[in-house]
Design a binder for this molecule. Structure first.
Ligand code: F6P
Length: 364
């Protein structure tokens, strides 16, 4: 009887730079060190539901290290525990197809399923793990909001892209003596805005964890203007909200695993600043540019470390865990600890303190 192991790899949720580096890492390390057979599942959990898999060999994952996106495709809609189906009246109802998915995984003979994704993916992976599927989770997201890990890959690239955008806004803001508001992604966490805001020298940084007071922002912008700095850069997270107010929801995607899409707070703040100060104010919404492109060197290295470690774990008995960065080490944390949680910025985080020390207004 053959003892050769088989693993499946999927990427699920919103894409980010570095996914291909993980796919390459896990595949090459599995082939070279342990002769594990690696299969790629297409479009995240959709591929498990619709039975779409491909064999991954050395050749298929060569040349993808620097490529953004994912060669396997992804979906932030496919959830085996909540799969949309139309009834005979054309109405959508959601059914649980997880038992069929588990049977399919067993039929394929996968010893382990490597799930590369964000918090939604980890929650689904944990539920599959409860049903007996061997899972290794790999945390990814530009939002850097996954509980249990110091950092996720994708974040560094998005931060660089956002910082470059802020740099570019500086020159035009200075020339035209304008207020420039830039809205960044990050969902309910302010990591991307805080770090890119500091790196780009934003004059005002607004994050969801510190609900803002408009008067304080207005005062900061006016103060700069009066003291001869005739432009201001306001970096705002899509999840930011005024004190006592709500986040701005751009749209709801009802068949998505997380239906809420944030967006619009940049326009609201710009409108309010212009009204209160009389200064010409423009808005840039950076959007999906933050998710695209070539991963930075740091993201390539982290993603490769995760991929190689995943291959190593697939040879061991360890399952039901997510890999995480703790200091300089890659450790594992139980999926059951991760599911349903988010990592946001502490209100007294040292980065908030240093931003304030260099004169940045944090909106409160
Ligand atoms: O989680 C990554 C992310 O880019 C968030 O920052 C953003 O809120 C969301 O995904 C956007 O999702 P979509 O690609 O479905 O618009």
């Amino acid at each position: 009887m053959s003892t050769r192991k088989k693993i499946g790899v999927l990427t699920s949720g919103g894409d980010c730079p570095g996914l291909n580096a993980v796919i390459r890492g896990v595949t090459k390390a599995s082939i070279s060190s342990s002769k594990i057979d690696v299969f790629g599942i297409l479009d995240g959990f959709y591929g498990l539901i619709k039975k779409k898999i491909i064999h991954l060999d050395w050749h298929k994952v060569s040349g993808i290290l620097t490529l953004g996106g994912t060669i396997l495709g992804t979906s932030n809609k496919a959830d085996p525990f909540r799969w949309p189906q139309q009834d005979k009246n054309g109405k959508t109802k959601f059914i649980d197809v997880s038992d069929e998915v588990v049977k399919y995984i067993e039929k394929q003979g996968f010893d382990t399923l490597v799930c590369i994704g964000g918090d939604g993916t980890m929650a689904m992976a944990e539920k599959l793990s409860q049903k007996g599927v061997g899972i290794i989770g790999v945390p990814k997201t530009i939002d850097n909001d996954i509980w249990g890990t110091d950092i996720t890959f994708g974040f560094d690239t998005a931060k660089s892209t956002a910082t470059e955008a802020i740099d570019k806004l500086h020159t035009t803001a200075m020339s035209h003596h304008r207020v420039m508001v830039i809205e960044l992604m990050g969902r309910y966490a302010g990591w991307l805005t805080l770090e890119a805001g500091i790196a780009g020298g934003g004059d005002v940084i607004i994050i969801p964890e510190l609900p803002y007071e408009l008067d304080i922002i207005t005062e900061a912008v006016m103060h700069r203007s009066k003291s001869g700095r005739r432009f201001s850069i306001v970096v705002v997270a899509e999840g930011a909200k005024p004190k006592g107010g709500e986040m701005v929801v751009k749209r709801k995607i009802k068949d998505s695993t997380d239906p809420i899409r944030l967006g619009g707070i940049g326009h609201k703040i710009a409108h309010d600043i212009e009204k209160n100060t009389g200064l010409e104010t423009r808005v840039t919404v950076l959007g999906h540019l933050q998710r695209g492109g070539t991963p930075t060197a740091s993201d390539r290295i982290l993603a490769t470390r995760f991929g190689v470690k995943a291959a190593e774990l697939c040879q061991s008995e360890v399952q039901g865990v997510m890999m995480a960065v703790r200091g300089n080490d890659i450790i594992t944390v139980p999926l059951s600890d991760v599911a349903g949680k988010n990592r946001t910025v502490d209100q007294d985080h040292p980065l908030i303190t240093i931003a304030r020390e260099v004169g940045t207004c944090m909106g409160v």
